[in-house]
Design a protein around this ligand. Structure first.
Ligand code: ACO
Length: 438
């Protein structure tokens, strides 16, 4: 796939007196890269790029992102159009299979999602082993890793039935997520229903109760579909790169996804949606003085950051945050919910976007700034927000794992380093050691 994008043009790198000629790669949307794969063997040098700000780790035909222009598309389709016209199941199919499903294909995929929705009854006992108050992301990551023990055939032949296994995972993660919530509040589990769509089924498992049946609200179902679509993939972010890196050691899909869930848990990544609501609550409970928090975010002596602002790749509006803000307004309006946190969020956005500190650093609201407010209105507790992100991101992780597995340029992921520790020195037997001064 990559070879056709390698150009006749070359870049020249001069190290002391030697000039190295490095091929140039131009991707299908014009993204330019210098191919340094032969650099170390030819010159003895590696490149140094902590945080991988300038490093392309793979070629991919799944998602295109232009952080300067604020563009995001899955398999060529703008994310805004997908959020407007598709269900989450349709987009999951698109990501995993590479094309939008026909009516028949979607029907079959939805049947698989229904068929695989149960988890093995033996696995349900696992939930009892977690202590009260265990973080749901820890439960989710452990349970997904455990799935391999119930479906071991994947390790034998990872790509055989990958499409079924993808549907199985997408379906079961939804059930595990809802069950972990029910367990955490000590309520009986609500089993999945074959007659419900992906998102309606999830909401029903989360909120139905023997004493108060849940009424499925189409406005909420629609909003949840859109939010999950907006989270479905985001090229080589921290968790997706983790899935690829772990999978590059030829680790099974479940273990690779479990690692991705752990990466997503971090407050600088998927954990930000929870942190945003916690920050907004703190502002609200403290009397609503959001300007004090903006001032803290600007203070270089204060480590505080305005959560939900800034992004490693977007240096303009995150296109997802625009759509999500619209969904937030529409849903709260339709449900007649008046959330003071939404008002604070809007005020922060308005002030920050006019502030030199944020303008100079290209800090705009990211996808997490408004998603938490939507989850709150749906009734999802704050500690489940990152689990919601994982539900959305799952089809993206699976498609990257699959793509990595069949990539002809695949190699085990193994970055190098610049060693700055002590130079090689003689070993000192224990009775001759003098302690730290040595
Ligand atoms: N509030 C205040 N200042 C900020 C913020 C923020 N949210 N984000 C970045 N900055 C400042 C930094 O202090 C730095 O300032 P300086 O140049 O004066 O030192 C400058 O902007 C550049 O910041 P970096 O940390 O270099 O940017 P990076 O691309 O590495 O970080 C990140 C991106 C981690 C998302 C960062 O913006 C951040 O911490 N945001 C808050 C957490 C958050 O919302 N995370 C969710 C990301 S979206 C996602 O994962 C789905």
């Amino acid at each position: 796939m990559l070879d056709q994008y390698i150009q006749d043009k070359i870049a020249e790198l001069k190290i002391e007196d030697t000039v190295y000629k490095l091929p140039i790669i131009i991707g299908s949307e014009g993204e330019r890269a210098i191919d340094i794969r032969a650099l170390r063997s030819q010159s003895g040098h590696i490149t140094f790029d902590s945080g991988f700000m300038n490093t392309g780790s793979c070629s991919s035909d799944i998602t295109f992102l232009d952080g300067e222009k604020g563009i995001l598309s899955y398999r060529g389709y703008p994310v805004e159009d997908l959020a407007k016209h598709c269900t989450f199941a349709e987009v999951a199919y698109l990501l995993v299979h590479g094309s939008l499903p026909t009516i028949e294909e979607l029907k079959h995929f939805s049947e698989l999602l229904g068929r695989f929705a149960l988890i093995h009854e033996d696995m349900i006992h696992f939930f009892d082993g977690f202590p009260a108050g265990a973080p749901p992301m820890a439960i989710l990551s452990s349970m997904v890793n455990s799935l391999m023990t119930f479906y071991p055939e994947m390790t034998e032949n990872p790509l055989e039935n990958i499409d079924e296994n993808a549907a199985r995972l997408i379906s079961k993660v939804r059930t595990i997520a809802a069950f972990s919530f029910k367990k955490s509040i000590g309520h009986p589990l609500v089993y999945p229903r074959h007659d419900l769509s992906y998102c309606a089924n999830f909401l029903n498992m989360m909120f139905d109760s023997p004493v108060k049946p849940y009424e499925i609200n189409n406005i909420v179902v629609k909003a949840l579909n859109k939010v999950l679509i907006l989270h479905a993939d985001h090229e080589q972010n921290c968790s997706t790169s983790t899935v690829r890196l772990v999978g590059s050691a030829r680790v099974n899909l479940y273990a690779s996804i479990s690692a991705g869930i752990s990466a997503l848990w971090g407050p600088l990544h998927g954990g930000a949606n929870q942190a945003v609501v916690e920050m907004l609550e703190e502002i609200y409970n403290g009397g609503g003085d959001y300007k004090k928090f903006i001032a803290r975010a600007k203070d270089s002596d204060d480590p505080f950051r305005l959560v939900g602002f800034g992004h490693r790749v977007y240096k303009t509006y995150d296109p997802r945050s625009q759509v999500i803000k619209g969904i937030c307004d529409e849903m709260l309006d339709a449900l007649k919910v008046n959330d003071p946190l939404l008002d604070i969020a809007k005020e922060i956005e308005e002030v920050a976007l006019k502030d030199g500190y944020f303008i100079d650093r290209h800090l705009y609201p990211n996808v997490d700034f408004y998603s938490g407010i939507i989850y709150r209105a749906i009734g999802i507790p704050t500690n489940m927000f990152t689990v919601m992100f994982a539900l959305g991101r799952l089809p993206g992780w699976i498609s990257h794992w699959k793509e990595m597995w069949v990539d002809p340029n695949w190699r085990i992921g193994r970055p190098r380093q610049v060693y700055v520790g002590p130079k090689r020195r003689p070993f000192v037997p224990i009775h001759e050691r003098k302690g730290d001064e040595e």
